[in-house]
Write a protein that binds this ligand. Structure first.
Ligand code: ZN
Length: 100
């Protein structure tokens, strides 16, 4: 399959599960074509998740849907995402300067 130039964020545990919705480890960055493929081929999704995150990761996320109650703490979600964005910026700067 040919990759598309458009990038999508794939949610392993679907977006309606708020307890996982903004977890970085619930995300896979895929091109639009492969994103569509993954939604149509669940076995390929499972194999990809195991390859990227390791065996048991998929089950761990699905389990969270049932055992963890969404606390609606949007401020905490925002703070975690800002921190992650800052870490990414720092890392990118390091790359540009040839430092790690
Ligand atoms: Zn692709």
């Amino acid at each position: 399959m040919k990759c598309s130039s458009q990038l999508h964020a794939h949610h392993i545990s679907r977006r309606r599960h708020y307890v996982n919705r903004w977890l970085p480890e619930n995300m896979l960055c895929l091109c639009a074509n492969h994103h569509r493929h993954i939604h149509d081929h669940p076995a390929d999704e499972l194999a990809l998740v195991a390859h990227v995150y390791g065996e048991g990761h998929y089950d761990m996320l699905i389990n969270r849907e049932y055992v963890i109650k969404w606390d609606k703490d949007y401020e905490a979600v925002e703070a975690r995402l800002k921190q992650a964005a800052n870490n990414t910026k720092q890392h990118t700067k390091g790359d540009q300067n040839g430092k790690h």
